[in-house]
Design a protein around this ligand. Structure first.
Ligand code: ATP
Length: 319
């Protein structure tokens, strides 16, 4: 292997830049030629690739987003379009690809490996929803952002004796929600992994009011319900002003926290090591602070996600 491409794909996450830097500088230290591909799989198809030197990735370790850009490109599901993408890489003598992204991006990489193009995936999504790894790059930063938002909302909720519902990202994974709820000292959590009971929610709020609590903060994962309707329902039932706040894309931006920068740098360097050791269809994870690798296929189908929803018991004790 002499030439390697790197791209970021799917939803952006803080730390993607640090991961690109880790990949590029480790590759250059092994005398490899490094290509950056713009806009994920779309750029691969449109032939938007440039050679990166060590200075191309200067001053980005602390920046959110991804300087290579990211895209959602449904055209990549079409094998003919993937063949064009592979031919674009072959024209530049690119021998392997490093993909930094979430599980959708892993599916794209798996398709490329089935067409005999070597790929290594680095897990990066704020959702922390990739099987086989304790953490994904971007999760810790997003968690910090959410907790800061909860702290601010708590101030104003207490001042006005208000109930606040905060909707956070995570798709089908409640890791951000449960962790933010514990760190933010919230009163109730609604997670995709476990059913919740509306009466229990009301009882918890009412009990808090009876005990003199000035606020109630409820955290809910996106897509679980219509958060505005839930706020109306609670307001009607409790007689207390209830507001919904949807944090939205705020959660995806910002300078990565140190943990994400270190994770991204380690995983970036490890991806080059794996390719040079002959791995062609693998992804990287972290387990008990040790880097590991396993098949992309296993991440998508065979390994169960070790969710943090068990932490709900802790949250419930502290309500
Ligand atoms: P996040 O979890 O942050 O949303 P993601 O990587 O899961 O990130 P997706 O939009 O699901 O984001 O996937 C990124 C891209 O990967 C898609 O836009 C598409 O180009 C490609 N992709 C996804 N699924 C497949 C598939 N089954 N076959 C080929 N390519 C795919």
């Amino acid at each position: 292997i002499k030439t390697i491409g790197v791209l970021t794909s799917g939803g952006d996450a803080p730390g993607m830049n640090a991961a690109i830097r880790g990949v590029v500088r480790s590759g250059i230290s092994e005398s490899l030629v490094m290509y950056g591909i713009y806009d994920g799989y779309l750029g691969l198809y449109n032939d938007k690739m440039v050679i990166l030197d060590r200075y191309s990735v200067s001053d980005i370790i602390n920046k959110g987003g991804t300087f290579l850009g990211s895209a959602r490109f449904s055209g990549f599901l079409d094998e003919k379009k993937r063949l064009i993408a592979i031919n674009n890489m072959k024209k530049k003598n690119i021998d392997a690809l490093i993909i930094i992204g979430g599980d959708g991006s892993y599916s794209g990489a798996l398709c490329l490996t089935k067409m005999n193009f070597p790929c290594i995936c680095i897990p990066s999504t704020i959702d922390n929803d990739i099987s086989g790894t304790d953490y994904t790059i971007g999760y810790s930063t997003a968690l910090e952002t959410i907790v800061q938002a909860i702290d601010r909302l708590r101030d104003t909720s207490s001042s006005h004796q208000r109930i606040t519902i905060i909707e956070v990202m995570g798709r089908n994974c409640g890791d951000l929600t449960i962790s933010a709820a514990i760190a933010g000292g919230c009163e109730f959590v609604i997670l995709p992994e476990l059913p919740y009971n509306k009466q229990e929610l009301l009882d918890t709020i009412q009990c808090g009011i009876k005990n003199g609590k000035k606020h109630a903060i409820i955290v809910v994962t996106e897509y679980m319900c219509n958060t505005f309707q839930l706020a109306k329902y609670i307001e009607n039932k409790t007689g207390r002003e209830t507001r919904a706040t949807i944090l939205g894309h705020l959660q995806r931006g910002g300078s990565p926290v140190a943990y994400d920068r270190i994770l991204a740098s380690r995983m970036g360097a490890y991806s080059i090591e794996l390719l040079l050791s002959g791995y062609k269809q693998h992804c990287i994870g972290i387990k008990n602070e040790k880097l590991i690798h396993y098949k992309i296929q296993d991440a998508l189908t065979n390994i169960e996600k070790s969710s943090k929803y068990q932490l709900l018991k802790v949250a419930q004790k502290l309500y």
